[in-house]
Design a protein around this ligand. Structure first.
Ligand SMILES: Cc1cc2nc3c(=O)[nH]c(=O)nc-3n(C[C@H](O)[C@H](O)[C@H](O)COP(=O)(O)OP(=O)(O)OC[C@H]3O[C@@H](n4cnc5c(N)ncnc54)[C@H](O)[C@@H]3O)c2cc1C
Length: 457
């Protein structure tokens, strides 16, 4: 089958590539055809699970602030961002009948809070504007027929199907959540054209503290999410902490510090501030470093003030007639109950046994030590959860070999590359989907514009 433009991968960037191409072709009443090939039975399976099923599809911060959340070469994304801004994405969805709203942190969601509504709307726009979407078509290989009139891409797909096109867009995504169809096929396709792939690794993922799992990490630090929890992991898993501070360091040097909310899960430490630190942490583990996290449960209080406060509280508890016969460990739990969520106490004491000194029956609490532990609960990190559950893939097709104004390959005319397949990754908060939308839209538009130019001489 021949189509003028073929897009491989019908995820966030692929759908926007189709919409971008059709936005150009519609204007000129062109008969040029656009086809999306998607290997899964439905397009955009990954987008369906974004934002915990609510789809935080963009972030409306202006470029200066938005770009601070891009972890790779920020300026590469700039032309694509201005070509399809977060406001334009909202406009596209709302014009197609999907009301959207901006919530805390400038994050945009559909009012319905249903990711499927975003997918259905984007898919609807693409097909209404003229794109053809073929599902259950897995691309296996690509070759090029060179001719003086321009190169033709030959695509071999599952079921002995074959396709050809004059413009090819690769939008096959990264490696995370392979069950959604993103299994990294595009790296192989891009490499065959000579593209350099910057080393890939999981980002926005759980960091696994030493002793959290009853299993050892692989050589590269990967520790599968499904590995069984240890008694420490069991004591902490499921606890969510608000307004705490987490600092990542390695070899005595602070790498980064974040304040906000974090979660202990079946994977390890994650949640918003855990995710923020995970990229650097995974990198460190993979490079053979010995990263460590320090959790400050009381970031709003200086250490000396906290120590004084603990002394006051301890005295108060000692004077309370209800606690007169209680042993020290029980009194300590009463004290900790005033300082942290109840469910955290057991895990806190297991991880910080030095707070209680002396032998049973003769125990005493070390308030200085307690202060230190509250301000700097140490979690040496031994591993990380991999692509099976990470949010995004860091690394990918090097942006040095892709033109930022068109997303066209510098190595192969007519080939465009977009989305997570590129070496672009961002923080959580709608930035990753916006990057996929903007690069996809620009790739689609550029492919259509160059074809029209070619045909009109
Ligand atoms: C759990 C989770 C939650 C997330 N939440 C958010 C969020 O709230 N906000 C946000 O901004 N980002 C979020 N992200 C990240 C975001 O989903 C991705 O960055 C984005 O989907 C990348 O878009 P893409 O088009 O590049 O790749 P994908 O969306 O992965 O699409 C790639 C498509 O290509 C298809 N494909 C692959 N190989 C082939 C082949 N050989 N032949 C045919 N088709 C193929 C795949 O099946 C897939 O449909 C989340 C990610 C995860 C995993």
């Amino acid at each position: 089958m021949y189509s003028d433009i073929i897009i491989i991968g019908g995820g966030a960037s692929g759908l926007l590539a189709a919409i971008g191409a059709e936005s150009i072709l519609m204007k000129s009443d062109s008969t040029l055809s656009v086809t999306v090939l998607e290997k899964m039975p439905r397009v955009a399976r990954k987008m369906m699970i974004t934002g915990k099923g609510r789809c935080n599809f963009t972030n409306v911060k202006p470029w200066e602030e938005f770009s601070a959340h891009i972890r790779t070469k920020k300026n590469f994304l700039r032309p694509a961002f201005y070509n399809l801004s977060p406001e334009s994405v909202i406009g596209l969805l709302e014009d197609a009948g999907l009301p959207c709203q901006v919530e805390r942190g400038d994050r945009a969601f559909p009012v319905s809070h249903r990711a499927s509504d975003v997918v259905d709307t984007l898919r609807g726009i693409a097909t209404r504007w003229g794109a053809r979407i073929e599902q259950n078509v897995e691309v296996k290989g690509i070759s090029v027929n060179r001719s003086s009139k321009g190169d033709i891409f030959m695509i071999a797909a599952s079921g002995s199907r074959s396709y050809s096109c004059r413009r090819l867009i690769l939008s096959t995504g990264g490696l995370s959540y392979p069950g959604t169809g993103s299994t990294g096929d595009g790296y192989r396709f891009a490499e065959a054209f000579g593209h350099k792939i910057t080393e890939c690794f999981p980002s926005l993922t759980a960091m696994v503290p030493k002793g959290y799992k009853d299993a050892s990490p692989e050589k590269n630090g990967h520790l599968d999410r499904s590995a069984p929890l240890s008694s420490i992991g069991k004591a902490l898993c499921g606890i969510q902490l608000k307004n705490v501070s987490l600092t990542l360091s390695s070899g005595g040097n602070t790498i980064a510090s974040e304040m906000g909310d974090m979660d202990f899960t079946d994977g390890g430490i994650e949640g918003p501030i855990g995710f923020s630190l995970s990229r650097d942490c995974v990198k460190s583990v993979r490079n053979g470093g010995k990263p460590s996290l320090s959790l400050d449960l009381k970031p709003a209080i200086e250490k000396d003030d906290l120590r004084e406060r603990l002394r006051g509280l301890w005295k108060e508890i000692g004077k309370d007639p209800r606690s007169s016969k209680m042993p020290i460990p029980a009194l300590t739990r009463v004290l900790l109950g005033k300082l942290m969520p109840r469910e955290l106490i057991q895990g806190f004491l297991i991880c910080n046994p030095e707070i209680l000194k002396g032998r049973k029956g003769n125990e005493r609490i070390d308030l200085d030590c307690l202060t230190d532990c509250l301000k700097g609960w140490a979690f040496p990190v031994e591993g990380y959860v991999g692509y099976e559950r990470c949010v995004v893939t860091a690394g990918g097709v090097s942006t040095d070999e892709v033109l930022p104004k068109t997303m066209e390959s510098r190595l192969q005319t007519g080939l465009h590359i977009c989305g997570e397949l590129l070496d672009i990754d961002c923080d959580t908060g709608g930035y990753n989907l916006q990057a996929a939308f903007s690069t996809g839209y620009l790739a689609g538009q550029s492919a259509a514009i160059s074809l029209e130019k070619e045909d009109n001489g």
